[in-house]
Design a protein around this ligand. Structure first.
Ligand code: PGA
Length: 297
């Protein structure tokens, strides 16, 4: 059977996206070029690899088997590159990092500091939600993940590297903004802006309130910290966010922290990596950099 690495790589991307066009975009190839390679691969194995369903693609049984092998083979080929880079030292290589949106400001500082020391390492940083972080750990897509709490049921190594204080924020003109100390029960009567389902911050807040036996009277939902901060600034209500997301707004006087009893609610940030992915020299160097507390933040 004659098949090439290039065909397997293209096939793996097409299977991942269930789309030839998106595979082409990933690999900087035209759709006809992708289509031709898949056709040749189907001829080589003597069976169709995809069922064409409407505009989409679904893997056939042969396709599913080949997809598993393609993933393993392309991962091994990437590994050859990494090992050769390591033999050369940390002068070259690549590092794929995925982080929760809430820790993105820290992560950008970390990448900046790391890049200064290791300018030859190509870093890609994906800022995304918890659900996508979990799937990247499942598929070994990321070398390193920074997240709020490590998944319990997955095979990962997780180490805490920094506190994550959650604080209650308000617009500076809010009637509670000048108070010295506020009880939780009192703020619970206010309107609160909450993050989208799947946000680690939101899960932590809900757990905390359940534990305290307190329910929020009125809640509005907004996805992402930016929307929450703008909403609070606009006077829509209060919110509980990580202090790591509001440095600029506090400095500019656009938001303020309320001294609510029981806050800050201190969580931790974890650096996480899948145990069944090779721990490259670049990933190790980045972890060491984070765990040594050398990031200027
Ligand atoms: P977020 O933060 O999902 O609320 O952005 C990540 C986490 O705290 O786990």
């Amino acid at each position: 059977m004659h098949l090439t690495l290039r065909q397997l790589k293209i096939f793996a991307r097409a299977a991942h996206h269930s789309s030839l066009t998106r595979a082409g975009e990933d690999l900087h190839l035209s759709q006809p070029a992708v289509s031709m390679q898949i056709k040749q691969l189907e001829e080589a194995v003597g069976m169709p690899l995809f069922d064409r369903v409407g505009k989409g693609l679904r893997l056939t049984e042969a396709g599913r088997e080949l997809e598993r092998y393609s993933r393993e083979i392309t991962a091994k080929v990437d590994e050859i590159g990494e090992v050769m880079d390591e033999i050369r030292g940390l002068k070259r290589g690549s590092l794929s990092i995925a982080v929760a949106t809430t820790v993105s400001q820290y992560a950008i500082q970390a990448v900046a500091g790391f890049h200064k020391r290791n300018p030859g390492i190509r870093v890609s940083l994906d800022v995304t939600n918890r659900k996508s972080l979990l799937s990247q750990l499942d598929t070994n897509a990321a070398d390193i993940v920074l997240m709020g709490f490590p998944p319990k049921k997955r095979q990962v190594v997780a180490e805490p590297f920094m506190d994550n204080p959650l604080v209650v924020i308000a617009a500076p003109g809010h009637r509670l903004a000048k108070r010295k100390a506020i009880n939780l029960a009192e703020v619970a009567g206010e309107t609160f802006l909450l993050r989208e389902p799947g946000s680690g911050t939101r899960q932590a807040i809900e757990r905390f309130l359940r534990h305290k036996g307190v329910a929020l009277a009125t809640t509005l939902f907004m996805s992402g910290n930016e929307a929450i901060k703008h909403g609070v600034e606009a006077g829509l209500g209060l919110a509980i966010v990580s202090r790591h997301t509001i440095a600029l707004e506090l400095k500019a006087g656009r938001l303020c922290e309320l001294p609510v009893r029981g806050f800050p609610l201190v969580r931790q940030w974890f650096i996480v990596r899948p145990t069944n992915k090779r721990y490259s020299a670049a990933a190790r160097a980045f972890s060491d950099f984070i765990l040594a507390g050398e990031v200027e933040f």
